[in-house]
Design a binder for this molecule. Structure first.
Ligand SMILES: Cc1cc2nc3c(=O)[nH]c(=O)nc-3n(C[C@H](O)[C@H](O)[C@H](O)COP(=O)(O)OP(=O)(O)OC[C@H]3O[C@@H](n4cnc5c(N)ncnc54)[C@H](O)[C@@H]3O)c2cc1C
Length: 255
């Protein structure tokens, strides 16, 4: 079955099952609209069918964006074909997070720049495909600074993947006592986020960057605040589930 395209991003409906995606049209449109590497051969799909986990799922195809514009266009084309999307960094996840029957978008090849280190503010701006050590090494050499969460895969894992998994690591315990916290989410100041429906948000403390999302999150928080305060387990390295406790006023509505 061919799925009709949708012009209005806000009218986007959730992705459909792979059998319903018009794969030939999807591949053609990705090649036409982006400068990305668009790889849909059996070999390329096999290469991206697994990662550090025991799971294996053949993706619909692979896109390797060369620019942020390529990412925006890839999301648009997938949305218009209602194709599921899966971003991927170093592919080192252990529980199947980076394989799926989807269009896999690999950030590690081109979108891997360290944009700046502001040593005074102890902040760095990076692209999502940057490998952790490619920030840590210059930060250490030039400013005697490091980055707290350090998975054992630090010479392969990327910032996008660390955020996706809310990573920790051996030395993240130091960050728990001497820095902002042990988890990746404690160490992220701000994110530029692209949603499947095309909205681009700047997410940080105080706002998700979108009034509609803020309103819904506030409603959710207010409805469950008492239960969250009472029952959320007080575990420093809790990385599973939703961090609804971060939305509480005492945590500055850290969306
Ligand atoms: C031997 C070994 C040791 C490990 N040790 C640790 C450890 O000490 N601590 C720890 O926390 N983990 C550990 N891990 C797990 C894993 O290496 C880390 O969680 C790592 O941070 C994942 O990064 P990645 O770039 O490989 O992410 P990937 O596996 O590529 O992706 C992880 C998730 O993030 C999403 N994602 C990736 N990029 C983006 C993006 N740009 N936008 C949105 N979502 C994105 C993916 O869709 C996926 O859901 C280990 C794994 C192995 C194999």
């Amino acid at each position: 079955m061919k799925v009709p395209t949708k012009a209005d991003p806000r009218a986007a409906t959730p992705p459909v099952s792979t059998e319903e995606v018009d794969v030939r049209s999807l591949e053609h449109e990705l090649r036409r609209s982006t400068e990305a590497e668009v790889r849909f051969t059996a070999g390329d799909r096999a290469i991206y069918s697994t990662g550090g986990s025991n799971y294996r799922m053949l993706p619909i195809g692979v896109v390797i964006p060369r620019s942020v514009d390529d990412v925006v266009e890839t999301v648009r084309v997938c949305r218009e074909h209602r194709a599921p999307l899966l971003p991927r960094g170093g592919g080192t996840s252990l529980a199947g997070q980076c394989c799926n029957v989807a269009v896999v978008m690999d950030f590690s090849k081109y979108l891997n720049r360290l944009i700046e280190i502001d040593a005074d503010a102890r902040l760095a701006r990076v692209q999502p495909g940057l490998i952790l050590d490619h920030l840590r090494d210059p930060a250490q050499a030039q400013h005697q600074l490091t980055f707290g969460p350090d998975p054992s895969t630090h010479d392969h894992c990327t910032f996008g993947g660390m955020i996706g998994n809310n990573s920790c690591g051996v030395r993240s315990v130091m960050a728990q006592f001497n820095g902002p916290g042990s988890r990746m989410s404690d160490n992220v100041h701000e994110l530029e986020v692209l949603l499947y429906d095309g909205r681009r948000l700047r997410v940080g403390k105080g706002s998700s960057g979108d009034p509609d999302i803020d309103r819904k999150l506030t409603e959710l928080r207010d409805r469950y605040a008492a239960l969250v305060r009472e029952r959320y387990p007080d575990i420093p390295r809790r990385v599973s589930g939703y961090n609804l406790d971060d939305l509480l006023p005492e945590n500055d509505f850290d969306s």
